[in-house]
Design a protein around this ligand. Structure first.
Ligand SMILES: Cc1cc2nc3c(=O)[nH]c(=O)nc-3n(C[C@H](O)[C@H](O)[C@H](O)COP(=O)(O)OP(=O)(O)OC[C@H]3O[C@@H](n4cnc5c(N)ncnc54)[C@H](O)[C@@H]3O)c2cc1C
Length: 354
């Protein structure tokens, strides 16, 4: 007879790892993750993310950390010609190592399957979660489904029937040797670059060890062209890059007005966590803390025998409110005139030497 799991968790990102951390050992859990591919990410842990890790009883090991520690956000308004520095404290990590470490602390709590989930269907009282591996199509039977499968969640698409989501941008990131780049006068800074002629989101530059990454979030149409235009515009202010070592891209949830939170399917024991649920900051694209919070909170209250969506919604209410407030911040930062006023005022800005 087929094994029936209490839950199948799809994805092995921070949201799923946090769920596994919080969930009781007494349940039969399967973790289904597709073959490892590099996650496009800045790999910066905000103080909130560090706080959640602490709540989960975890501390980022030194082996996962990268240099430098980010102490300041350098905000550049390309068209307005303004630069301001804002103090922040981010832990710089190697994102791949970070994800591997987080999952490793929950080893023993789940059966692991490697394959790409293609959706699910009802099978009597249970669900049949379908996936592909190198041997072909397979399935797992379970009582409930946890979608921790990121921005392009197949679980979300399967039950929500959302066609053509409007809150999706393309993030493009390119890597260079730091020694071949010029104009990055403060390597302890995470640079945010605003240029509304290419995107109403923002671009970023950060250092990781001996490499520098330039990235940006763009509307889907002409995203690569917009990235190259931005790179050219940076050249004009003396910020240059060497030969690209790698270029990567992925979907990212972004939409000043349309970002849609969805925590699960009503009365169906299907739950979404992290970016699959739309839980990411629209102003900074910071999402690891929300992934940790949503995954951990769901894990703690999880039971396979009843629909816990109402309780889960209650636990996430404040986070949703916080992210909605960040939409206002995003509106301020992404609207040239208001941004001009805020940056010019110098409110909360510091001397770059701090
Ligand atoms: C360019 C960029 C930079 C970012 N920088 C930062 C940053 O510096 N700091 C920060 O806090 N946040 C950052 N974010 C946001 C952050 O990366 C995400 O919000 C966070 O990773 C969400 O975690 P998650 O666990 O929900 O999803 P993910 O980390 O995306 O994990 C999803 C998992 O699901 C798996 N998966 C996906 N589809 C399937 C499938 N069909 N079958 C099986 N497995 C599947 C993937 O392999 C992956 O393991 C950035 C995002 C982008 C796009």
């Amino acid at each position: 007879m087929e094994k029936i799991y209490d839950a199948v968790v799809i994805g092995a990102g921070p949201a799923s790892a946090a769920f596994l951390c919080g969930v009781s050992d007494s349940y039969k859990i399967a973790l289904l993750n597709k073959k490892a591919s590099r996650k496009v990410c800045g790999g910066l842990l905000s103080p909130t993310a560090v706080k959640y890790l602490d709540k989960m009883g975890l501390q980022v090991p030194e082996t996962v950390k990268e240099t430098p520690k980010i102490k300041v956000i350098r905000t550049v308004d390309l068209r307005g010609g303004f630069t301001r520095y804002y103090p922040r404290n981010y832990v710089n990590v190697d994102r791949e190592k970070f994800d591997r470490w987080l999952i490793s602390v929950t080893q023993g709590k789940f059966d692991s399957y490697c394959g790409t989930c293609t959706g699910f269907e009802k099978d009597g009282e249970n669900f049949r979660v379908k996936y592909f591996d190198e041997m072909g199509e397979k399935f797992l039977l379970c009582k409930s489904i946890i979608g921790g499968d990121g921005a392009n969640s197949v679980i979300r698409r399967t039950f929500s029937r959302e066609n053509g989501r409007k809150d999706m941008y393309i993030a493009i990131q390119q890597w260079f040797f730091a020694a071949e780049c010029e104009g990055h006068e403060n390597f302890n800074a995470f640079s945010c670059i605003f240029d509304n002629s290419v995107s109403d989101s923002y671009a970023w530059i950060f250092t990781k060890g001996d490499k520098i990454a330039l990235g940006g979030a763009y509307p889907k149409a002409d995203s690569r062209k917009r990235f190259e235009t931005e790179k050219e515009a940076l050249k004009k202010i003396g910020v240059t890059f060497g030969e690209p070592l790698a270029t990567e891209a992925c979907n990212v949830v972004f939409g000043k007005n349309q970002q849609k939170f969805l925590l699960g399917a009503k009365n169906k024991k299907i739950y979404l966590i992290g970016e699959a649920a739309g839980l990411i900051s629209p102003s900074s694209l910071e999402g690891i803390s929300s992934a940790l919070k949503s995954g951990f909170e769901l894990g703690k209250i999880f039971t396979p025998d009843e629909n816990i969506l109402p309780q889960y919604k209650k636990k996430i209410r404040f986070l949703k409110l916080k992210l909605r407030f960040k939409r206002v911040k995003s509106f301020v930062l992404c609207t040239p005139f208001i941004r001009f006023i805020v940056m010019r005022s110098g409110i909360t800005a510091v001397d770059k030497k701090l």
